[in-house]
Design a protein around this ligand. Structure first.
Ligand code: AMP
Length: 399
């Protein structure tokens, strides 16, 4: 899939609207605790500034639900942008109100303006066409660089694109890279290709698993979702997380893997605990010997060894979902061991966003992976084979 490229646009001296994803985590004092999302937008912003553009930046932050709420102001983002860009960043006090319109009318080449939180406008999340038009009227060119929200049909992501033609809209560098990585993965991965799929539930990953099966050579299952598969195989899983209504689907996935010749790996041992807590009593047991009332919260050391063996010869690894409750140190070991192994391998390693990206960053291995997606929900939808609403209108039409 080819999408409209920012490099093909005539940007010189244009007013450019860049939809970014500045939805950064904040601590309890309102300080940005991780500015990676702001940093990853810099190449697109700087590229536009180098072409003497007047730049209008827009993003959401948190969920203010259509109301102005100081808690969600983009002021900390404006300050961080100022430091990173080393130039003034003017923050508007509204989104499409008097202040924004006045400031935009005065905006000159190479100046940067940031609109207030897009979700102060209730039309944003319902893809309101009036809001989309007001946003579109601000600029000559529209750039989407907000991969993290491109799976949402929101006014600044989807609705707005209809007001620009193929010569005046495109994906920014970040969005371009995300789409390229995932489409290569889904269409022409270097083989053998393995998917490591974990996380809490089968339900969250079922569509992705089903779509991945015909494309991969091996699947390694971890996390809470493994127990639905183990239960379906007739194991006693104690008090582990399970989705009884998905037992049949789990069987279908295993049958399909067998039919396609995909090697399907499940944990052979697990770390079980007597309660869901850091101060629980825990022990290693084989998958066959999970005691009643104990819950599996991580993969065990034999599984780590098995998965390493299985991953040894692969050329491409896609990892989506932790192997255990990595937020608690006690149950982070399985994920950490797998992360180190994947990072050290010579394979192309692609990490889905969200929890898996968070875990890889916590361990400090983010630089070692080939690619870490910036969007959890958006990357999952790509794995499910969906076309993201924010990308749909940026696809280059075949002529
Ligand atoms: P997901 O959002 O589906 O990718 O799931 C991520 C969450 O799964 C993380 O918050 C983990 O703590 C959780 N998780 C991983 N393994 C388990 C497990 N064995 N039991 C319960 N939750 C788990």
């Amino acid at each position: 899939m080819e999408i409209l490229n920012i490099k093909n646009l005539d940007l010189t001296n244009k007013k450019v609207f860049i939809r970014c994803d500045f939805n950064v985590p904040m601590d309890e004092f309102g300080n940005i605790s991780d500015d990676r999302r702001i940093r990853s937008a810099l190449s697109t912003i700087n590229y536009c500034l180098d072409q003497d553009c007047a730049v209008i930046l827009a993003s959401h932050l948190g969920r203010p639900k259509g109301e102005v709420n100081e808690k969600y102001t983009l002021l900390p983002v404006a300050r961080r942008l100022h430091q990173l860009l080393k130039r003034d960043v003017v923050l508007c006090s509204d989104v499409v109100g008097e202040d924004a319109l006045k400031k935009i009318s005065k905006l000159k080449a190479t100046e940067v303006l940031l609109l207030e939180n897009l979700r102060y406008e209730e039309g944003e999340t319902v893809n309101d066409s009036v809001l989309a038009k007001k946003l579109a009227d601000m600029a000559d060119v529209y750039i989407n660089d907000a991969f993290g929200v491109s799976h949402r049909a929101h006014a600044s992501v989807a609705g707005i694109t209809q007001y620009f033609c193929d010569k005046t809209k495109a994906a920014g560098f970040l969005l371009q890279r995300e789409i390229q990585f995932f489409s290569k993965l889904m269409t022409s991965p270097t083989r053998p290709f393995a998917a490591i799929v974990g996380g809490s539930k089968v339900s969250g990953k079922l569509e992705a698993l089903t779509n991945l099966l015909p494309r991969v050579d091996k699947v390694f299952i971890g996390g809470g979702m493994a127990f639905t598969f183990l239960k379906q195989m007739g194991y006693n899983i104690g008090a582990s997380l399970v989705e009884d209504d998905l037992l049949e689907d789990a069987q279908k996935v295993m049958d399909e893997a067998k039919r396609l010749g995909v090697k399907f790996y499940l944990p052979v041992d697990v770390i079980v605990a007597d309660k869901f807590s850091e101060d629980s009593v825990s022990k290693i047991v084989t998958a066959q010997e999970i005691p009643n009332n104990w819950m599996g919260l991580d993969i065990g050391p034999a599984t780590v060894r098995l998965y390493r063996e299985g991953l040894n010869d692969v050329q491409t690894v896609l990892w989506n979902g932790p192997m255990g409750v990595y937020e608690m140190d006690k149950f982070a070991r399985g994920s950490s061991k797998i992360a180190h192994f994947v990072a050290d391998s010579y394979a192309t390693t692609v990490v889905g966003g969200g929890d898996t990206a968070d875990l890889v960053q916590r361990i400090g291995l983010d630089e070692e992976m080939s690619f870490i997606s910036t969007g959890g929900g958006a990357s999952l939808e790509l794995l499910e084979g969906k076309i993201l609403p924010g990308v749909a209108s940026l696809i280059v039409k075949e002529v």
